[in-house]
Design a protein around this ligand. Structure first.
Ligand code: AKG
Ligand code: FE2
Length: 201
């Protein structure tokens, strides 16, 4: 019985992964166009057989002292893009903006897309990976599914040189995806957004 359930779950996840890949590929094209770049500049790093998709299921139980315990410690995602799903509107996900934690507005039945560090590097800082965390809640339990989409590990990603980011940021250099990931996991968790400095000139 358990085997049947596990098999069914695997089929559902596989279906979701395949659909998610289509959505994310379209988004990578749309994001490149929005930055007035050639449509495929980001998508070209991915390939259907070797790109990495990792799925993490997060469970946050109700917490008697949300003031004392976080659900997920602050971080950026080491992905290119992350597709997030939650099962009901429960809040909990927050991003740091102007030094304040803001709860991400998330409507029911909506998927949320998060820019990861690799896309920040590829876009030379024009797309930013947000510093985010999950807070616990008193009487609320929460599930989320995070799907991380990455080019194959041996891919060398290169920041798009033009146009120069408006906020004067940028200054990224070429990195190999697996080198970046190794660095990211070696130094995580960090107190602030730090791993991405590895990809700065
Ligand atoms: O649970 C969430 O909404 C976010 C999860 C997340 O940030 C992650 O798994 O990296
Ligand atoms: Fe995350």
């Amino acid at each position: 019985m358990l085997r049947v359930v596990a098999l069914l779950a695997m089929q559902v996840i596989e279906k979701y992964v395949n659909e998610a890949r289509n959505v994310l590929d379209e988004l990578l094209k749309a994001l490149a166009e929005a930055l007035t770049l050639e449509t495929h500049v980001f998508l070209n790093y991915f390939d259907a057989n070797n790109s990495e998709i990792n799925v993490r299921v997060n469970y946050y139980p109700p917490c008697p002292r949300p003031d004392l315990a976080l659900g997920l410690t602050p971080h950026t995602d080491a992905s290119a893009l992350t597709l997030l799903m939650q099962f009901e509107i429960t809040g909990g996900l927050q991003i740091l903006k102007d030094r304040k934690w803001l709860t991400v507005p998330w409507t029911d039945d909506a998927l949320l897309v998060n820019v990861g560090d690799l896309l920040e590097i590829m876009s030379n800082g024009r797309l930013k990976s947000p510093w985010h965390r999950v807070v616990t809640q008193l009487d609320v339990e929460r599930f989320s599914v995070a799907l991380f989409y990455n080019p194959p590990p041996w891919t060398e990603i290169e920041p798009e040189p033009e146009p120069v980011p408006v906020d004067g940021d940028g200054g990224f250099k070429k990195v190999v995806v697996s080198d970046y990931l190794q660095h990211f996991y070696e130094i995580s968790p960090t107190k602030e957004k730090q791993a991405i400095m590895y990809a700065k000139v």
